[in-house]
Design a binder for this molecule. Structure first.
Ligand SMILES: CC(C)(COP(=O)(O)OP(=O)(O)OC[C@H]1O[C@@H](n2cnc3c(N)ncnc32)[C@H](O)[C@@H]1OP(=O)(O)O)[C@@H](O)C(=O)NCCC(=O)NCCS
Length: 322
């Protein structure tokens, strides 16, 4: 995930370029002829046998030779991020189709980038509220590979397994909702990224993909958080603020898992216009691990409040997209 090609892997694989068109575009695209593209958020999915970095760098060079369909369109867009998939678990066409499961996402142009497959087209258009990247790869210092992505409707069973595995201590520190299978089912049946980003980190386990972290980013200002910040004299802009509630499976805590999620979480947050993240109901004063984690990711303490325990309010300003 990056907005330039420099940090992309050299390895062959798949890539997905997310870009915004801020105004409708009429453009001639090679053999496809003249296309009219409405404003919106777009994703182009491609495969690069000769290396992801070299191919994406070529696409991003505005003055480069135009060989692929996307080369006619990209110079008119604003790149939001680039996903790289050097070890794709799915085919190029399946990766391209993944976002189509979200409401409002559609194939933008038939046959675009799909001259040699049976796909409808490899350029899709999404609403501007679509948080991106939808996916990123991360590696823990100990070497384990993580996938970071939005929770999907088909995660019901994985999420239920994750909830049931949480210890009483983790549940008591992390309480945005109940942790049982009916809750997992209800959540997966009603996903709405306009209201809440539900971000998971997964690993390959004995029974396929397993969720090892589940982080919530509630968009807007929650009433109870808003009241405390108002009392502190801090005005939170609901269109720019979200509340964070992170959790990691007990066996994986303090091993860098949530840290591996944060760059993607910040990128997703920025991509939907957020600039500030507060803690959902603060953090308990004696939860030192969580505070160490928050400080590491730029959160600063701005206040204290008491419920059944002493809590701290912490806030991070995440800036704009690079
Ligand atoms: C809080 C939580 C989400 C953090 O996720 P994580 O994957 O364990 O965090 P990471 O391993 O990425 O980072 C933890 C950091 O805190 C630091 N840390 C650990 N113990 C610490 C302590 N006692 N004091 C200060 N810092 C500490 C670690 O050194 C690490 O920083 P480093 O990477 O520079 O070494 C996770 O531990 C969790 O789910 N805890 C239970 C639920 C919870 O408390 N949720 C938050 C509610 S506010």
């Amino acid at each position: 995930m990056t907005a330039t090609a420099d940090t992309l892997p050299d390895a062959p694989g798949l890539y997905r370029i997310w870009f915004d068109l801020h105004a409708p575009l009429d453009v001639r695209v090679g053999a496809l002829g003249c296309l009219s593209l409405p404003e919106g958020r777009y994703a182009y999915t491609g495969s690069a046998r000769g290396g992801i970095r070299a191919r994406v760098a070529r696409h991003l060079r505005a003055d480069g030779p135009r060989r692929w369909h996307i080369d006619w369109v990209l110079p008119h867009g604003r790149i939001v991020c680039v996903e790289s998939h050097p070890h794709p678990a799915v085919s190029e066409c399946a990766l391209n189709a993944e976002p189509l499961a979200w409401p409002g996402v559609e194939t933008a142009v038939r046959r675009f980038g799909a001259s040699d497959c049976r796909c409808a087209g490899h350029l899709i258009r999404a609403p501007r509220w679509m948080p991106v990247p939808l996916y990123s790869d991360a590696r823990l210092t100990a070497g384990e590979r993580l996938r970071v992505r939005l929770l999907r409707p088909d995660d019901e069973e994985r999420l239920g397994d994750y909830f049931l595995g949480l210890s009483d201590r983790t549940r008591s520190l992390y309480g945005p909702h109940a942790f049982d299978r009916p809750t997992a089912r209800a959540i997966c049946a009603a996903l709405d990224p306009r209201d809440m980003l539900r971000i998971v980190a997964t690993m390959d386990g004995p029974r396929n993909e397993e969720i090892v972290a589940y982080l919530l980013l509630k968009l807007g200002v929650r009433e109870s958080d808003g009241k405390r910040y108002a009392a502190l004299g801090i005005k939170l802009d609901p269109s720019r603020t979200a509340a964070l509630a992170p959790s990691v499976a007990d066996a994986w805590q303090n091993r860098g898992v949530a840290g591996a999620v944060m760059p993607t979480l910040f990128a997703m947050a920025r991509s939907v216009g957020l600039r500030r993240i507060v803690l959902w109901d603060g953090v308990i004063a004696d939860n030192h691990l969580a505070q160490g984690f928050y400080r590491k990711w730029g959160f600063v303490k701005v206040g204290e409040f008491t419920t059944s325990a002493l809590n701290y309010d912490m806030v991070a300003d995440i800036g704009e997209e690079p």
